[in-house]
Design a protein around this ligand. Structure first.
Ligand code: ATP
Length: 234
């Protein structure tokens, strides 16, 4: 579904990604692990069209998307939950959700909204509240719900677990498993190794902008030396 081949991405003189290749198949949860500054956010921003790769190629459903503007990439079926969630705190919950549907045909967005409410009943209950009043976990649900309203085939999430209590993280990870069961492909960037490996089909480890490991989540879990070396105890 997504095929990233040998991309380099730089901010001026600083090269953030070097020769990175990555693949996400239909209905797979693929994770990207790495320490602060490893290049995880840069990778997602490049796939989303917010940054342009200097070299290499990106294809989605067999079509090249590298260098396309972000709105076309959303329209092609890739949705990005950014680091920090990108919630507009002054707006209400429902207003934030409707922003996610801005490219979705009108006839479909109501049914999608009802599906999002079924996944996250709290968002329906709080729909007219200001988003800033939600807890961190609820804001992450709102960010996920808003992304789902663009009807993605691939959902990319930057640091799902950031700042959230372990119980909420477990619940949200279970939700991703449920979404995978409905056919969604998921690319999850994380620093929370244990919880992430539990739900991942395959995983990549980024170290200083390069892929240091690629394989099944089980293979990485069983190689604690690798995790310790690159990520600390995790
Ligand atoms: P974090 O978890 O801290 O967000 P990350 O793995 O997502 O880390 P990136 O944010 O992608 O890492 O950063 C990769 C590298 O690119 C780092 O060396 C960082 O300092 C650099 N970098 C990121 N954004 C910029 C920018 N706007 N300008 C210059 N350098 C940047």
């Amino acid at each position: 579904m997504l095929e990233v081949r040998d991309i380099d991405v730089a901010y001026g003189e600083i090269t953030a990604l070097r020769g990175v290749s990555l693949r996400v198949g239909a209905g797979e949860i693929v994770s990207v692990l790495g320490a602060n500054g490893a290049g995880k956010t840069t990778l997602l921003r490049t796939i989303s069209g917010l940054l342009a790769p200097r070299t290499g190629s990106i294809a989605f459903k067999g079509k090249p998307i590298g260098g396309e503007p972000a709105y076309r990439i959303v329209r092609a079926g890739i949705s990005h939950v950014p680091e920090g969630r990108g919630i507009l705190g002054e707006l209400t919950v429902i207003e934030n959700l409707r922003l996610g549907a801005y490219l979705t045909p009108k006839g479909e967005s109501e049914a999608l909204l009802q599906r999002v409410f079924a996944l996250f009943p709290v968002l329906e209950q709080r729909q007219s509240q200001q988003a800033a009043m939600l807890s961190g976990g609820e804001q992450q649900m709102l960010a996920l719900g808003r992304s789902l309203l663009s009807k993605p085939a691939l959902l990319m999430i930057d640091e799902l677990s950031l700042g959230l209590a372990p119980k909420i993280v477990r619940e949200l990870m279970e939700l991703l498993v449920q979404l995978r069961g409905q056919g969604l492909a998921i690319l999850l960037v994380e620093q929370n190794v244990r919880q992430t490996l539990r739900i991942s089909d395959r995983t990549y480890m980024l170290v200083n902008g390069q892929v240091a490991f690629e394989g099944s989540a089980d293979a990485l879990r069983n190689d604690s030396g690798l995790i310790d070396r690159y990520l600390g105890a995790g």
